[in-house]
Design a protein around this ligand. Structure first.
Ligand code: NAD
Ligand code: MG
Length: 398
């Protein structure tokens, strides 16, 4: 079958999701053409990707190394690639008229503005950057609706749920759904005692048992903050209140999530833990394409286990439910506090068990001061939360 190739912008192309996206796209050159690639500082990797994928634009988040990028592109014989920098340039390549689909795979709140730009411009938005929905869920969903965007969740759990919901999803979002069951691997410390958790190192925390991911999300997976952020993400994507979202620990990471219907049916999506499956689904929807993922070997997996999450050892999960209950800017505040906490943990300045302590303290101190009615208010809440988190770290050190 022949296709008119879709033009792709890959935001965060040098990251784990970005690299997997380019891998899937390159398997289908008749379907996808890379129009823009973006990164944050990893100039050499970005140039390598430009050599392979020949985009029209290469964009850096900050202008500091724009000169290096331009020089490197010229040296590589890629003088026709336009090198740009800054958040306006990220927004521009997300909204260009010739762009069909945008992979939103920048990590953290930094991804919000370009992701929002893609939604407003009515693109097919492949949403990996969960922090956008955590920060500005209502505004983002409204922007996507007004812009006529097609939202395809890439987070494996949400992608699984999307696949298990009636299609087309937009007509009758949660028709007949009793609840959704988000699966969680439990992370590398699932069996650790509270004492053992006190002593874990960044090296241990970034080694996920089943998934290979960026450092920030790996730490979030270890603390169950990632599952908490995903509960908030699901609340907005699927329009379900928190009491209809349950978390199930499933250590094999073979079932990527489930939907329970009122008639007692439970639909699950299964597969090997490889992000190229949800990425390929998002790229080709409603069709299916080869993702380069090995077939699931059920005989080798042999069994699937399920457990309750332990809220006492992993307080970040409960904090996310609490932030949803508080509503307003509380999820944005929690997200920002957590970004500071994770960075401090990775720097060796904060113990693993102190991550939820810092997060909770910042939510209590800051959340009530802001509403979620405008982007400006959410950006101010994010900034205030980061200041409060820095102060907390300073007080503790002082
Ligand atoms: P990563 O750290 O591997 O890559 C992040 C990308 O964002 C890189 O290209 C980096 O250059 C860019 N970036 C970082 N800071 C930036 C900034 N300030 N401005 C602009 N660009 C910036 O992260 P990842 O694991 O690929 O995750 C990306 C997003 O996808 C995250 O929101 C994560 O929660 C989500 N996600 C990832 C996975 C996974 O398996 N890796 C699964 C589900 C969801
Ligand atoms: Mg996930």
């Amino acid at each position: 079958m022949s296709h008119i190739p879709q033009n792709l912008t890959v935001l965060g192309s040098t990251g784990s999701i970005g690299v997997s996206t380019l891998d899937v796209a390159a398997r289908h050159p008749d379907r996808y053409r890379v129009l823009a690639l973006t990164a944050n500082g990893q100039v050499d990797k970005l140039i390598e990707q430009c050599l392979l994928h020949r985009p029209r634009y290469a964009v850096l988040a900050e202008s500091e190394r724009l000169g290096d990028l331009r020089q490197g592109l010229r040296d590589a014989g890629l003088g026709d690639v336009e090198a740009l920098a800054g958040v306006e340039a990220l927004e521009m390549v997300s909204a260009l008229p010739e762009v069909d689909a945008v992979m939103a795979a920048i990590v953290g709140a930094a991804g919000m503005r370009p992701t929002l730009a893609a939604a407003r411009a009515g693109k097919r938005v492949l949403l990996a950057n969960k922090e956008t929905l955590v920060m500005a869920g209502r505004l983002f969903m409204e922007a996507a609706q007004h812009g006529g965007a097609t939202l395809l969740p890439i987070d494996s759990e949400h992608n699984a749920i999307y696949q298990c919901l009636p299609q087309p999803f937009d007509d009758a979002p949660a028709q007949g759904v009793r609840r959704i069951l988000l699966t969680a691997s439990g992370g590398p410390f699932r069996r650790f005692t509270a004492e053992q958790l006190e002593a874990v190192t960044p090296e241990q925390a970034v080694k996920h048992p089943n998934w290979s991911m960026g450092r920030k999300i790996s730490v979030d997976s270890a603390s169950l903050m990632n599952k908490g952020l995903e509960v908030i993400e699901a609340r907005w994507l699927f329009g379900l209140p928190p009491e209809r979202i349950s978390v199930v620990v499933h250590p094999q990471s073979v079932i990527h999530s489930m939907v329970e219907y009122v008639d007692g049916s439970v639909l699950a999506q299964l597969g090997n833990p490889d992000m190229r499956t949800p990425i390929a689904y998002g790229l080709a929807w409603p069709e299916r394409i080869d993702a380069g993922v090995a077939p699931l070997d059920l005989f080798q997996i042999a069994r699937l286990d399920f457990e309750q999450p332990d809220a006492a050892r992993f307080p970040c999960l409960g904090l996310a439910f609490e932030a949803l209950r508080l509503a307003g800017a509380a999820p944005a505040v929690l997200n920002a506090a957590n970004e500071v906490a994770v960075a401090a943990f990775l720097d060796g300045r904060l113990g693993f068990s102190a991550i939820p302590v810092l997060n909770e303290s910042v939510v209590r101190a800051v959340a009530a001061d802001f509403d979620a009615d405008s982007l400006d208010s959410l950006i101010a809440a994010d900034a205030a939360a980061r200041r409060a988190a820095d102060d907390w770290l300073g007080r503790r050190d002082g």
